[in-house]
Design a protein around this ligand. Structure first.
Ligand code: FAD
Length: 482
């Protein structure tokens, strides 16, 4: 018998412990723990938890067995991990964050808006400068905490730029955050289509274009271009097995489609700007529409989530709340989209459904009981633009080295400042205007400029540009890595 110090687990040490060598159990006094170590102990029916009251960290855990609680050799996780939010909490905090929400969540946003946003003015120079670093480095530079990074910026970028921050360009991050969250606050709004975009927007729009003489080749994928050496222009496009004459062409497809075309086109693979596109990459997308056998109460119609290991960004939508078609239905219809879905793409549909239900059940318990009665799963490999660090210098501009071939899309460089669908639309209008200019026929579309910055931001931007111009003239300034 004697007294000694005992290491109960890797993080619980007790001094002056009574030691009875022949006694086969180690019994722990709760009051000893709570008083001498400043711990609190929580007892539940199946387990108990030990919490350090100073750091608020869970430092020990035990499980119930035969009326006793058995201490486990628990290795405490980092405090940031134990306080990780559920996706629902992330959504409640994140939703569609406005600048004021973002500033409340993370005051560091104030310094991002003043410093990086002044410096990042959407010019070629700013893109080149910020495209060299990752979004993670950017957040680190403005003092973002691990928790805000994991719970706010991580999920936001996974659904905004479709990849985790360490795989996103800082330039694209500022561009996207500025357009979607930071600028033009009074205009900020999120509007959802009350049906499918195809049904509600594209089909009626195509019908109206048909009445104006436009012809659509359903399923006629474009495969190649006919190059006229004499004019140095594209004189035709090959769709399926037919060739159509062309006065001008606008190519409005994603990166992976351009890559496919370049590899198969004798005309495109002679041009540097098209060869450079082969350095770019797309991100996998998987979409899943499920109908369940019962009504599940979903508190928010649109939800932004990410998995804890950061591999997937995903959104889910309550179509009963969003689409007229499902408004009065007795059953629940949801749509789930997974970005950066590399790990999901090879899975069989049944496994995808199991994964979806398991993820949803973590957020809303009632999903566990629901049975899937209909499923529609679609896989889109490499279909989303990946704005990875260093990608900017390979992206294309609206005009090409073919005088009558123009580009449009959310990855085409424009100084307009818009993003995503709006960027595709604007670059489409810009390309159409270039066609009008080239053919000297037709009327120019009016492109509404992105609203100007407030005067004090403009003044700071001008000052910053001057400073950059002056420093550029110092002989050794650009010698060092910026
Ligand atoms: C699930 C999801 C949700 C999104 N949510 C939003 C959002 O809320 N807001 C937002 O602004 N953006 C959103 N985006 C991004 C947005 O959809 C894209 O930025 C936008 O669709 C890009 O438009 P695009 O015309 O450049 O390319 P795409 O939409 O990819 O259009 C390219 C078209 O070209 C066709 N095509 C491909 N190859 C050929 C060929 N060889 N011949 C002929 N035609 C061809 C394709 O069929 C397609 O119709 C979302 C994206 C996804 C995947």
């Amino acid at each position: 018998m004697g007294y000694r110090t005992a290491n109960l687990t890797s993080s619980i040490f007790l001094s002056s412990v009574l030691c009875l060598p022949k006694f086969s159990f180690n019994l722990l006094s709760v009051s000893k723990l709570t008083r001498t170590l400043n711990y609190s102990v929580f007892f539940f029916s199946d387990q108990c938890l030990f919490q350090d009251l100073t750091t608020k960290q869970i430092i020990g855990r035990g499980h119930e067995s035969g009326g006793l609680y058995i201490l486990e050799n628990h290795v405490p996780r980092l405090l940031v991990c134990s306080s990780t939010l559920t996706p629902l909490e992330v959504h409640c905090r994140l939703g569609h964050p406005s600048l004021s929400t973002m500033k409340k969540l993370c005051p560091q946003f104030q310094s991002l808006s003043v410093l990086e946003l002044i410096d990042f003015d959407n010019t070629d120079m700013a893109w080149r400068k910020y495209d060299a670093i990752t979004a993670r480095e950017l957040f680190k530079q403005f003092g973002c905490s691990e928790r805000i990074y994991r719970n706010v910026f991580g999920p936001l970028l996974q659904v905004g730029l479709f990849a985790p921050p360490e795989q996103c360009s800082a330039a694209a991050t500022i561009g996207m955050l500025y357009f979607i969250s930071l600028a033009h606050q009074k205009d900020f709004d999120m509007v959802w289509c009350r049906g499918t975009v195809r049904g509600k927007i594209f089909n009626p729009w195509m019908d109206s274009l048909r009445t104006k003489g436009c012809r659509f080749l359903d399923g006629g994928k474009m495969k190649d271009f006919i190059f006229n050496k004499e004019t140095s222009c594209i004189s035709g496009v090959v769709c399926s097995n037919e060739t159509y004459g062309a006065d001008a062409v606008i190519l409005a497809v994603g990166i992976s489609k351009v890559q496919e075309l370049v590899k198969n086109s004798a005309a495109l693979c002679t041009r540097e700007e098209f060869l450079k596109v082969l350095n770019l990459s797309g991100i996998d997308l998987l979409t899943c529409k499920l109908q369940l056998d019962r009504k599940v109460n979903i508190p928010h119609a649109s939800n932004v989530c990410s998995t804890f290991d950061d591999s997937l960004g995903w959104t889910f939508f309550d179509l009963n709340a969003l689409h007229d078609e499902h408004k009065d239905s007795e059953v629940t219809t949801i749509r789930v989209d997974f970005y950066h879905a590399n790990e999901l793409l090879p899975l069989q549909d049944e496994l995808v459904v199991t994964k979806v239900i398991s993820l949803l059940s973590n957020i809303i318990k009632d999903f566990e009981k629901a049975k899937v009665i209909e499923k529609e799963i679609a896989r889109f490999p490499k279909s989303l633009t990946h704005f990875f660090p260093g990608s900017y210098r390979h992206m294309m501009r609206g005009s090409t080295s073919f005088p009558n071939l123009f580009m449009a899309g959310d990855w085409i460089i424009t100084r307009h400042g818009s993003w995503s669908q709006e960027k595709s639309y604007v670059t489409g209008l810009e390309a159409a205007n270039q066609v009008v200019d080239f053919l000297e026929e037709g009327s120019f579309a009016k492109i509404i400029p992105v609203e100007e910055d407030e005067p004090h931001v403009q003044a700071l931007r001008t000052l910053n540009r001057r400073f950059n111009e002056i420093t550029d003239q110092f002989p050794l300034f650009n010698f060092f890595l910026q």
